[in-house]
Design a protein. Structure first.
Length: 86
């Protein structure tokens, strides 16, 4: 039990020194892997979940880094960033 707590604390300490994008990617990938593995009961599902979660987490983390900017889509579905309305 003590080893698990120490390992968790070391992981959290390493994650604390990352940028919001890196943190979002790591948290998203870990969460996606757990959910993907639980749903599919396979390593392949866990891998797909990790990739999808990592991408989503990176996008969320990236939007946090640019405070004051919002992500929009134009009428053609392309993403762009612009200042958020006040």
């Amino acid at each position: 039990m003590m080893k698990k707590i120490a390992a968790t604390m070391a992981l959290l300490a390493a994650l604390a020194s990352c940028t919001p994008t890196e943190q979002g990617t790591a948290i998203g990938a870990g969460t996606g892997a757990v959910i993907g593995g639980a749903i599919s009961h396979s390593w392949g599902g866990a891998a797909v979940g990790a990739v999808a979660g990592g991408l989503a987490g990176a996008l969320i983390g990236q939007s946090v880094e640019r405070r004051g900017y919002c992500v929009y889509r134009d009428r053609y579905g392309r993403r762009y960033e612009a200042r958020c309305p006040r």
